[in-house]
Write a protein that binds this ligand. Structure first.
Ligand code: CMP
Ligand code: CMP
Length: 249
């Protein structure tokens, strides 16, 4: 949410933040109410519930952990709170007021979510993800471009970044017999992903990924964001990794 800010803006946001302590069972946000703050979790765990139309009981959606933020939707879209958030235990939160949010954070954050909205809808591996969680991926995206022949990933290196292709194409190549040239094992197009294996298995990069079009744009996220945001898809990603078994070095 704050990744698009420069140092000066970050300082303004930090100065505006106020500490709020919460006790177990305390509601921080109530669905349907007006909202004037967004919150960042410093410590403690909270739960998010949503009452869907036609249902009598709210559905549990997710837990919030330190480092995560919530309550941004009401500020971004001038809408009532879309869910209820309750502290599970003693928690320390930092709240940011609507005024500072509107002046400093809103434009950059909503532009970033809008920019990737269509792209994210096309990404096959994300189809099962809740629309809200999918949209949140955009907050963490870092965009990079590479030229034809550039190595985006090098086999054997340590890896901490996960990628989607948003423009252009690439191939994965892998050394199947030591001393021989790496062979092409996968072709990537827009909406495809790579670089998950090193993060899921805590092993070095198992293949090279090389740009094959004049220019390629990738959107990436670091290990921490990957774990937090792609966590719900971990089983699917692991199952897809079975494909690699046919190419063993
Ligand atoms: P806001 O609508 O301001 O208040 C409730 C918050 O719950 C919302 O912002 C989001 O930060 C968070 N939330 C988590 N999951 C969802 C979801 N699936 N739909 C809507 N809000 C969600
Ligand atoms: P990672 O090992 O992090 O970095 C190289 C990436 O290439 C890997 O994750 C996969 O996303 C991708 N890849 C494509 N084909 C293979 C393969 N046969 N074996 C391993 N990784 C592959």
């Amino acid at each position: 949410m704050f990744s698009a800010l420069d140092e000066k803006e970050k300082t303004i946001v930090l100065d505006a933040m106020e500490e709020r302590k919460a006790s177990p069972g305390e509601p921080i946000i109530k669905q349907g109410e007006e909202g004037d703050n967004l919150y960042v979790v410093e410590s403690g765990r909270l739960s998010c519930f949503k009452l869907f139309p036609g249902k009598s009981e709210p559905t549990f959606l997710k837990h919030y952990q330190p480092g995560e933020s919530f309550g941004e939707l009401a500020l971004l879209y001038n809408a009532p709170r879309a869910a209820t958030i309750i502290a599970d235990e003693d928690a320390v939160l930092w709240s940011l007021d609507r005024n500072t949010f509107n002046h400093i954070v809103k434009d950059a954050a909503s532009k970033k979510r809008e920019k990737y909205e269509q792209f994210l809808q096309q990404v096959k591996v994300l189809q099962t993800m809740d629309a809200y969680e999918r949209q949140k991926l955009a907050d963490a995206f870092k965009e990079e471009t590479f030229k034809k022949g550039d190595y985006i990933i090098k086999e054997g290196e340590e890896g901490n970044i996960f990628y989607f292709i948003s423009h252009g194409e690439a191939v994965a190549t892998k050394t199947l017999h030591s001393g021989e040239e790496a062979k092409e094992v996968m072709h990537y197009k827009v909406g495809d992903y790579f670089g998950e294996r090193a993060l899921l298995k805590n092993e070095p990069r198992a293949a090279n990924v090389v740009a094959t079009t004049e220019e390629i744009t990738v959107v990436s996220m670091d290990r921490h964001s990957f774990k937090r945001l792609m966590g719900p898809l971990e089983d699917l990603l692991k199952r897809n990794m079975d494909l690699y078994e046919q190419y063993k070095s």
